[in-house]
Write a new protein. Structure first.
Ligand code: GLC
Ligand code: CA
Length: 547
């Protein structure tokens, strides 16, 4: 098996991980100081969210220099030290690169604005015209139109995200070469791969036609993603860059579906190793998107997992994740962050670490960090949340109601400072952190869980160790049972030699599993201390059985 299939990935959101110099912002020396902790979890690969120079309108996903370290995070010597520290501990590093857009403060974009015949003009997507006549009706991911006007040349430029994130023109071979050289630059420093931000969006539909849909997820899949040249570009990228290194590549793939996934990750394709799809992450979104939520349905989620596993089984590879820096906290979203906080956080760990594919753990989920609920919108920092709020208020939404949606859906839920101990700001920073700490740091923190054998943290360690000892959990067969059961997620993993059963109770109810297990079956992992009968499941109980 290749290393990136066996790997367990730990995702770091550097701004919120550990502040080393008391300015309230997490940084690279902070991460360096916690490498022993990360290693102790048992993970193999660290994915660092963007750390390049950036004006931080979207916390680093708006890059102004791809070869410099963001001033808030440190400098290149801090980076070199971090990379060395990661490698010394036998771990690997993948960087987050943003190929679809840059910051409007990038020198390419500044030059591009200068004049229509500037050599950098074609690095971006411009349309000449009158200010109030937009080139098309596309909406941006962050509310409002996907176009902004530049007076100087009387043209609009395309930005699928904020207006400070202009989209690059991948039709231009120079843009592609620039990106490949940037990747070589980081590979030559010794990194082990890339997570590629919204890489499914880099090829634009010819003629940029008006969208005929108002449903944003449809607009993404029909107009923004999987453009006609995306595979040409990825193959070229593979040939020019990836094939020269023993690396891991995972593309973030809004709009990637079961029908086209293998075009990205098929073994014969020479494009990417894995993608992140969002099938399971959007199931609680209503027609109006995330701020129009519908109840979460476990049956739908199982169907998404089953279909993707089946699709990728023969000649692809999946990435298994339940949350990241763009979504609410997993325990608050799919588990129960009240009475069954501990059990449900462990159940989620069990799911994550027993599926086929490469698991991704987002920082803080290993201690069961929860959603936050700030009282005022002024406490929020995320551009997507703030823009949605403004938009909703302009449209006359009820502020109290919308605040509830923000509490449930904001990306800042996942971005609150990491909770290290019960001192000020959870030990994240001496000073006022850039985003307020979650009040519950006194009860939920690493230090407390280090000292508790039965903590969520120690359960993650145990589960990770168990997966390593039982590699059939990595690539063995997968079959889900009782798919239509609304509260149980039951599946089998097996090879010629071994057979495992994973029983997960996603509810507060007691259940009996209607399955005949062989006498020889043994209980290997359990999120409750005291075992009960093999077939019985208590609220949020998770069991791994081996035949
Ligand atoms: C991806 C990132 C997200 C960012 C967006 C624009 O979805 O994960 O955080 O805002 O791309 O770069
Ligand atoms: Ca700092």
């Amino acid at each position: 098996m290749t290393w990136w299939k066996e790997a367990i990935v730990y995702q770091i959101y550097p701004r919120s991980f550990k502040d080393s110099n008391g300015d309230g912002i997490g940084d690279l020396p902070g991460i360096f100081s916690k490498l022993d902790y990360i290693q102790s979890i048992g993970v193999d690969v660290i994915w660092l969210c963007p750390i390049y120079q950036s004006p931080n309108h979207d916390n680093g996903y708006d890059i102004s220099d791809y070869r410099q370290i963001m001033i808030d995070f440190g400098d290149m010597s801090d980076f070199d030290q971090l990379l060395e520290g990661i490698h010394e501990r036998g771990m690997k590093l993948i960087m987050d690169i943003v190929p679809n857009h840059t910051s409007d403060e990038h020198r390419w974009f500044k030059a591009s604005c200068e004049s229509e015949d500037n050599p950098f003009r074609d690095y971006y997507i411009w349309r000449k015209g009158e200010m109030d006549k937009l080139p098309n009706n596309w909406p941006s991911f962050f509310s409002g139109d996907a176009w902004d006007y530049d007076e100087k040349t009387q043209s609009h430029y395309l930005h699928l995200f904020s207006k400070k994130q202009p989209d690059l023109n991948w039709e231009n071979p120079k843009v592609r070469q620039e990106m490949y050289e940037i990747m070589h630059f980081w590979f030559k420093k010794g990194i082990d791969g890339f997570r590629m931000d919204v890489v499914s969006l880099i090829s634009k539909l010819p003629g940029l036609p008006d969208s005929e849909s108002n449903v944003f997820t449809e607009i993404i899949s029909q107009y923004y993603a999987n453009g006609p040249k995306v595979h040409k570009y990825l193959k070229e990228m593979h040939k020019e860059v990836f094939q020269h290194y023993d690396c891991m590549t995972v593309g973030e793939g809004p709009g990637i579906t079961l029908d086209n996934a293998l075009n990205y990750v098929g073994e014969d394709r020479n494009e990417l190793n894995m993608v992140f799809h969002f099938g399971h992450m959007y199931i609680d979104n209503g027609p109006g998107g995330k701020y129009d939520p519908i109840p979460f349905d476990l049956v739908d989620m199982k169907k998404v997992f089953n279909a993707w596993d089946e699709k990728l089984a023969a000649k692809g590879w999946g990435s298994i994740f339940l949350g990241n820096h763009d979504f609410p906290r997993v325990v608050s979203r799919f588990g129960n962050d009240g009475l069954y906080w501990q059990e449900s956080a462990k159940l989620i760990a069990t799911l994550l670490l027993c599926m086929r594919g490469t698991p991704y753990i987002f920082q803080g989920d290993e201690i069961g960090m929860t959603n936050v609920a700030y009282q005022s919108i002024d406490e929020y920092r995320d551009i997507e949340t703030l823009n949605s709020w403004k938009d909703a208020m302009l449209k006359g939404a009820d502020s109290e109601n919308f605040m509830k949606l923000v509490h449930q859906q904001s990306r800042d839920n996942a971005r609150t400072p990491f909770q290290w101990n019960n001192s000020r700001n959870g030990g994240f920073s001496e000073k006022h952190p850039w985003l307020k700490s979650n009040d519950n740091f006194e009860t939920i923190n690493v230090e407390k869980q280090e000292n508790d054998e039965h903590s969520i943290l120690n359960y993650y360690r145990k589960m990770i160790e168990y997966r390593k000892q039982n590699p059939d959990l990595v690539d063995g067969n997968y079959q889900c049972y009782e798919v239509e059961h609304p509260e149980l997620f039951l599946f089998k993993r097996w090879s010629d030699k071994n057979e495992y059963w994973v029983l997960l109770n996603f509810s507060e109810n007691h259940h009996n599993v209607a399955m005949q297990f062989p006498q020889s079956i043994s209980l290997e992992v359990n999120n409750y201390g005291e075992p009960n009968g093999i077939n019985r499941l208590r609220p949020w109980e998770a069991k791994v059985l081996k035949v």
